[in-house]
Design a protein around this ligand. Sequence first.
Ligand SMILES: Cc1cc2nc3c(=O)[nH]c(=O)nc-3n(C[C@H](O)[C@H](O)[C@H](O)COP(=O)(O)OP(=O)(O)OC[C@H]3O[C@@H](n4cnc5c(N)ncnc54)[C@H](O)[C@@H]3O)c2cc1C
Length: 803
Amino acid sequence: MKSHAKVVVIGGGVVGASVLYHLTKAGWKDVLLIERAELTSGSTWHAAGGMHTVNGDPNVAKLQQYTIELYKEIERISGQSCGVHITGGIMLAGTRERLDWLKMAKARGRYLGMDLEIISVDEAQKLFPLLDKKHFKGAMYDPIEGHVDPYGVTHAYAKSAQIGGADIVRHTRVTDLKARSDGTWDVITDHGNVHAEHVVNAAGLWAREVGRMVGIELPILAMEHQYLITGDMPELVGKKEQLHAIDFEGEIYIRQERGGMLMGTYERAGVPWSPVTTPWDFGQDLLPNDLERIAPSLEVGFAHFPALGAAGIKKVVNGPFTFAPDGNPLVGPIRGLKNFWVACGVMAGFSQGGGVGLALSRWMVDGDPGADIWGMDVARYGDWTTLAYTNAKVRENYSRRFSIRFPNEELLATRPLRTTPIYEKLLAEHAVFGDYCGLEHALWFAPTAEEASDQISFRRSNAHPHVGAECKAVQNAVGLLEISNYGKFDIRGPAAVEWLSRMMANRVPAVGRIALTPMLNDRGKLIGDFTMCRVAAEHVFLVGTYAAETYYMRWFERHMPPAGVSVRPCAMEYVGLAIAGPHSRALLQTLVRDDLSTAAFPFMSFRRMEIGMVPGYVGRVSFTGELGYEIWVTTDYQRALYETLMRAGSDYGLKLFGGRALNSMRIEKSFGSWAREYRPIYGPFEAGLDRFVDLKKSEFIGRSAAAEEKDSGGALRLATFKVDATDADAIGDEPIWHDGKTVGWVTSGAFGHRVNHSLALGYVPAALAKADSGFEIEIIGERHKAHRLPGAAFNASGELMRI
Ligand SMILES: Cc1cc2nc3c(=O)[nH]c(=O)nc-3n(C[C@H](O)[C@H](O)[C@H](O)COP(=O)(O)OP(=O)(O)OC[C@H]3O[C@@H](n4cnc5c(N)ncnc54)[C@H](O)[C@@H]3O)c2cc1C
């Protein structure tokens, strides 16, 4: 084994082999893969090899499409067959809701260029004669589903990488990793050591253990997974290969395997494997079968596909593979560790392995993944993903693999985990809570405890009128919202302002002022949106998205000067309450000594104040578009602040409101939100953030690309639509049509209670940005007329916020 390599990839499963191949393809030749045993010795060897393009996250779906298209390329380079069978596939709906879900998936596929089709049960039976029609209501057909040979794919990647210059060492286990002070790594193995510039953890079933070698606990857990293969079936003799089928209600996937059928299930009572430590002596082994555990699914399967029951079971496979809490991969650099990368938690290696390898190799070689991979970024998780949290969430996710997730559905595992001091008080006010990064936050308030739960639906739910009443209270009097679930960063030091000015596209505000700002990457794309609150000459309180805290800190630390600035994430040290509405000033004025008149404390002011007995920061800003204030206090004061505001508020018609009402009001104002309107695939001018990009100030990251975008106008434009919807509003990812063609996609949607209309925000080609008619938005399979609005639906001039 060589003693030095630019990159050591740990793990020769499908993912490590793909990373290795993509690194050579990107031009890095001095790359070495180290495998403990033979290639494929983790989850890979016993996988069912199924692949499909559909994914809940459109950006992950694109990478799945890429993976499937890649197999021809690696077969050509390596001469190794991947055993590709493109059979096509059908997803079967047994309920009306599932058919709605399929219609939405088909609609989303439309702007991703996927050729999906909703078909009747009769058509489904023609394509897949093994099904018993009476259990189904319809189906979706996808022509590019199929399966591959896991051994063939892994070896095709590996051989292609070797042809590209990579080395592969087998039967060598990485036993430890030691960081050198220059950021390079000593990779310690049982057959000698390698000095590497970069290390990639692609250790699959052992990724958690490899993570522990560098002091991190990756949120992944292996689950046992069983599939069976039937005896040969006369029904298949002389026929074209059967399609892949997913039967959601049966929680079953099926495909042909030689003369029989392969049937697998994600059972409700899934069982984790090696929940704490994965044994190193586990190799190309299988786990004992437990047919009893999957008996309920098998029973349904044999009823829905009767010929399978008659064929008998020839073989059962029970093997483990890993999942992250949300079921998507963990990819990217680890915050705080130089040159240490992960590509693990890949639960669908044969649909996703290529895309993961592509994104990671680009990230390593170019410094940027080259695609929007927020949904797979390892930095989407933080400290709350303890071992037990991961265990509970992975089990929940596994058991729901084939379940519908409704847009208003909150999952229950791990709840409540993190709470703020006023949690019980809000509960007593009949709050319906949501979970965000493990933290409970109020979504809406029900009139009575009995009514305090959502009826899950794709359509407007029981919450609709109550959310409407909350919006009206904010519009006509004053509302109170907990805003603790934002990320906060305390930035200090003599170089703080200069550094922040380089990181952000907008000018750092003067002391006592607030400025909104996008953060751009080197390509001038959006990687964050923040509120900068200038506390003092050398002190800024920065507010942004909490889910992206690790993602931001990784970026901040990468761009930190040697001295002069400190950045401290303090999301849970400072929690907050916001008040908004025309009476908010009068209410707050009864509690503070400071003059709150617009002359003394205008819009976008920020100051330390005492609110009754509570010391805090008060900012005059509101995401609702009304006159409003955000108040940040240390956690120990939140309860007192809440009681103080509630007491004083009774004279002003104060009403609690939650996240749903806030979402409706920010959409009425065309205010974007991270991971919806603002993502690394959009530029700031495309997103309509022109006024927050100051090209005249000193140099900042992404400036030249942003200037180019300004000159060219960019390819896309974020637009606001008034939608002629009936009982269901857009939620995001619906196609936008214009003159009979799909031209864009929705990023957010809601009913605007203050304007009494259904609304949607979404991107359309820049050339269409001025068109106001001819648009339609497809909601649950039906196209609804949509009118592009020239500005925000509610108070476009913004005067209400400034009065
Ligand atoms: C029963 C079953 C059915 C499945 N069906 C499908 C399917 O139909 N479609 C699909 O897409 N996916 C399927 N999967 C999932 C698929 O197998 C995984 O997504 C994929 O194998 C993950 O690959 P990986 O490279 O990340 O991990 P692994 O395959 O676990 O590879 C990790 C490799 O790293 C090596 N390694 C670990 N630690 C070290 C170390 N310290 N030093 C050196 N080497 C090390 C291991 O020996 C191993 O070879 C299935 C899985 C199972 C169990």
